[in-house]
Design a protein around this ligand. Structure first.
Ligand code: KG4
Ligand code: ZN
Length: 356
């Protein structure tokens, strides 16, 4: 086991079997297990000194048939998946339970039933191993997922988090110093993709399907964009506009959707991207911040990535988009966030409960 010299050790660091003290402070590398169960992905990761050794996810395809995540079904699937996923993450990292220094977990926000499974598992494991707990905010973790990469963002940076549950622009001054500049007032960007896809008769989640179809189409249909003050977003009006547009067109031509699907998808995608990036650009100009990042499942969208990169070049930004495995819900980002909390000595007690 590698050892390294630390210039300091946080006095609040709890005593546990893996900590060695001598006349000068020596400790082993910090090894964390991280658990994420806020929505429909059961995820576990092992992080050693800020480096992700393994990052495992068990998805829940069971929700596809319902066209969206069913909370009760998600909780039950987490209960089934959590032990095998943790085992897999430990095996892939080549780490034993005795080597763990702490357990990081998503405390919220998310679906209550889903969170309870991950939180209870983390508490039980930490208790049995006599190691500390690190509670992590899911949204902060998306924003810090960039630190799982070799190329890490410079502080301060702006992060646009776009997923099925969230859309927000965060100003990140430091690991534990963040401010939400704007967020969606209703639907998230991922929901805008998924609900539009539902209207078009596409499968769930529709985001990746719309992305693929949009590559073959032209954005020749226009939809009204919301005018919301500040850096907040709204996507519910777009969904209604798309519904009325499709009702009108299919009344005149019942085959309208089948005959124009790639163009419709390109138009919807173009509108969502324009709404997202317009606010981000304004936030960057207002704050003068030139380091700008994307996070969340929707940042997998090829059109968004290309438009974000192009905008960054035009505005003189240094841009960051994490690898796909760190964009969607994952435990790697929970472990990375937990690692910085470990260094700061921010531990949770056994009476911690999930927060929606
Ligand atoms: O971050 P994520 O995995 O889970 C949440 O926290 O919600 O994001 C899932 C969302 C879904 O709405 C899905 O449709 C969307 O990300 N998504 C995409 C793409 N890949 C995933 N949306 C547009 N284009 C994509 N390529
Ligand atoms: Zn998420």
């Amino acid at each position: 086991m590698a050892l390294h010299l630390a210039t300091h050790q946080n006095p609040k660091t709890p005593k546990h079997p893996n900590t060695h003290r001598s006349s000068f402070i020596v400790h082993r590398l910090t090894t964390l297990l991280a658990i994420e169960s806020s929505c429909d992905d059961t995820a576990a990761a092992v992080i050693r000194d800020g480096e992700v050794l393994s990052n495992c996810v068990a998805g829940q395809a069971v929700h596809e048939q319902y066209g969206g995540v069913v909370p009760e079904v998600a909780s039950r699937a987490h209960q089934i998946n959590i032990v095998p996923v943790v085992d897999q993450a430990m095996r892939m990292a080549g780490v034993t339970k005795a080597e763990l220094d702490a357990v990081a977990f998503t405390r919220g926000p998310g679906l209550m039933g889903s969170l309870i499974v991950g939180v209870s598992f983390a508490k039980a494991l930490a208790l049995s191993l006599d190691i500390p707990l690190l509670e992590v905010n899911h949204l902060q973790a998306h924003v810090l997922a960039h630190f799982a990469e070799q190329r890490k963002p410079e502080f301060p940076y702006l992060c646009l988090t776009v997923s099925g549950g969230h859309t927000q622009i965060m100003l990140v001054r430091h690991f534990d110093d963040m401010e939400i500049l704007g967020a969606t007032l209703d639907d998230a960007a991922g929901e805008a993709f998924d609900k539009s896809g539902k209207l078009l008769g596409l499968g769930y989640p529709a985001g990746p399907i719309i992305d693929k179809l949009a590559r073959e189409g032209q954005a020749r249909f226009t939809f009204p964009e919301p005018s919301i003050e500040g850096f907040n977003y709204s996507f519910s009006g777009l969904k209604t506009a798309i519904l009325y547009f499709l009702q009108r067109e299919t009344k005149a031509n019942p085959d309208f959707i089948a005959q124009n699907l790639p163009d419709i998808c390109a138009s919807i995608q173009h509108t969502i991207i324009h709404i997202l990036l317009n606010k981000l650009k304004r936030a960057a100009r207002k704050t003068g911040i030139k380091h700008v990042a994307l996070a969340g499942g929707v940042s997998a969208n090829s059109g968004l990535r290309a438009a974000f990169t192009a905008l960054g070049e035009k505005e003189g930004w240094t841009t960051y988009i994490p690898a796909f495995e760190y964009c969607t819900d994952n435990a790697g980002m929970i472990g990375i966030t937990g690692y910085y909390q470990f260094l700061a000595g921010k531990f949770s007690t056994q009476d911690v409960a999930p927060v929606m």
